[in-house]
Design a protein around this ligand. Structure first.
Ligand SMILES: CC(C)(COP(=O)(O)OP(=O)(O)OC[C@H]1O[C@@H](n2cnc3c(N)ncnc32)[C@H](O)[C@@H]1OP(=O)(O)O)[C@@H](O)C(=O)NCCC(=O)NCCS
Length: 163
């Protein structure tokens, strides 16, 4: 049985590396090393300098097997706070054991206690190798489709897809 705990300073390298692995899986490419920018944001998140949560799933034998991060936002349309999941990743050796479900459950509990009425997430594009699995899992975990998310890169020298 895995346990889910809030991330601390010693979890920062795992958070940054896990998110690098997540990005690689979404792209179907090899993972690149976590850069200083990713480490800095992970540090801010675990230190409470960002309004959000970072949770880590631990295996019974004390290994980090998964992570979930989210930010708390406020919008007019939601008439108050809601949570936006930024990253969810379970290490391959920890999959199909309920770790993803445990991370989602813990994140929803955090969101509820933080006054959020709703948790949102953006999924990878349909052509991503992980799209179908991700859509299936989130549906299983009680999420419903809410229309595609779109974006426009506004600093061409800083395209996150080119990093
Ligand atoms: C998507 C992802 C987070 C799911 O994590 P996970 O820990 O494998 O998810 P779960 O274990 O909760 O559920 C997966 C399956 O295991 C099953 N399962 C749950 N608990 C179980 C248990 N105790 N024993 C055996 N199987 C179990 C679930 O029923 C489900 O199987 P099913 O769909 O065939 O019914 C993980 O595959 C991942 O990190 N993928 C790559 C990155 C990614 O796509 N991230 C998503 C955000 S973009």
């Amino acid at each position: 049985m895995h346990t889910v705990r809030p991330a601390g300073a010693t979890d920062v390298p795992f958070l940054a590396r896990g998110v690098a692995e997540l990005i690689a899986e979404i792209r179907g490419a090899a993972a690149e090393p976590a850069d200083d920018g990713a480490l800095a944001v992970a540090q801010d998140l675990v230190a409470g300098r960002l309004d959000g949560a970072a949770l880590v799933a631990w295996s019974p034998d004390g290994r980090r097997h998964g992570l979930i991060t989210a930010n708390r936002l406020r919008s007019i349309r939601t008439r108050g706070p809601y949570a936006l999941i930024q990253e969810l990743w379970v290490a391959p050796e920890g999959r199909a054991l309920g770790v993803g479900a445990a991370l989602i459950s813990a994140l929803c509990n955090w969101a509820r206690s933080a006054g959020c009425a709703m948790v949102e997430v953006g999924l990878p594009l349909p052509q991503s190798p992980v799209h179908a699995n991700t859509y299936h899992r989130y549906t299983q975990w009680g999420f419903t489709a809410n229309g595609p998310r779109m974006r426009k890169i506004v600093r061409t020298n800083d395209d996150p897809d080119r990093r």
